[in-house]
Design a protein around this ligand. Structure first.
Ligand code: ATR
Length: 263
């Protein structure tokens, strides 16, 4: 059996085993490959990850809070993961650990249109914000980054590009991406983030990496105002599909993965 797993925190990976399990079944690989969830505390990560190849694991997804530890652990890094400074995909092959980042390409694949030339606002400055900003900048978008702790957005822009912004005009963007954790615990996005529901409108795309059982308050307000929306489950599906392609070399069955992730 070729084992795959997601390493992380229960909140971040509850849908991944079902999503990948459905994909493996659809590809006819269910007898040969398996996918499970492993909950790990940060101080267990390195020891556990290094033991995995010996236990039959060939790959792993890595979620919060292990994405920079995953990068540090790897013997070889894809250019994308090195530039972003985080890895969400590990491959164990012939005694080597390889790190990839499929969050950036997964984010781009989830957008309704290529973002080149668009004005984009990224909210947050953690690992997810780094992947999103890197992807948007590479596609030629004009990126501004807002973060509650301004030092972190300044630091992100110094490293990756884009411009830190402290008081964005929410109406002034083609694309708004929430990469903060606001909304996970049902916080009011309009109290915590520099956004107003009236700032949204047709012609805009609003992306929320946070997901739950229904639309987040942020996406509900954006949709009500006529903006296009992309939710965190679509982003999860897209990064998962690309990880599956890294491990199996097969084209991932997107519809099957999406249906399983939304169930
Ligand atoms: P990740 O790697 O998933 O992006 P992270 O590094 O923990 O995770 O970042 C979480 C993000 O959510 C940060 O940008 C954080 O802002 P700070 O840098 O100021 O901590 C943001 N965040 C969390 N709670 C928030 C809140 N109530 N209001 C605004 N931003 C918040």
């Amino acid at each position: 059996m070729k084992r795959l797993a997601v390493l992380g925190h229960p909140v971040g990976h509850s849908r991944s085993p079902a999503m990948h399990g459905a994909a493996l079944a659809e590809l006819g690989l269910a007898g040969e490959w398996s996918y499970e969830a492993l909950d790990l505390a940060p101080d267990e990560f390195e020891r556990r990850a290094r033991a995995m190849p010996g236990e039959g694991f060939v790959g792993a997804n890595v979620t919060v809070p292990h994405k920079s530890a995953a990068l540090a652990l790897a013997d070889t890094l894809s250019e994308t993961s090195r530039e972003i400074g985080a890895a969400n995909t590990l491959s164990f092959d012939s005694g080597e650990i390889r790190a990839d980042n499929t969050d950036a390409a997964g984010f781009l694949a989830a957008l309704p249109a290529a973002p080149g030339g668009e004005r984009a606002l990224v909210l947050g400055a953690g690992g997810a914000a780094r992947a999103v900003s890197w992807a948007l900048l590479r596609e030629g978008a004009e990126v501004e980054v807002w973060n509650r702790t301004e030092l972190r957005s300044r630091h992100l822009c110094e490293e990756l590009g884009g411009a830190p912004v402290s008081a964005p005009d929410p109406g002034g963007y083609d694309l708004i991406v929430n990469t903060t954790s606001v909304g996970l615990a049902d916080e009011d996005p309009f109290a915590e983030l520099p956004l107003t529901a009236r700032g949204f409108g047709p012609g805009q795309t609003v992306v929320d990496l946070v997901y739950g059982d229904g639309p987040t308050r942020l996406l509900a307000a954006a949709a009500a105002a006529g903006a296009a929306t992309v939710d965190g489950i679509e982003i999860l599906v897209r990064q998962g599909a690309l990880s599956l392609e890294v491990w199996t070399g097969r084209e991932a069955p997107l519809d099957t993965m999406r249906a399983a992730a939304r169930r």
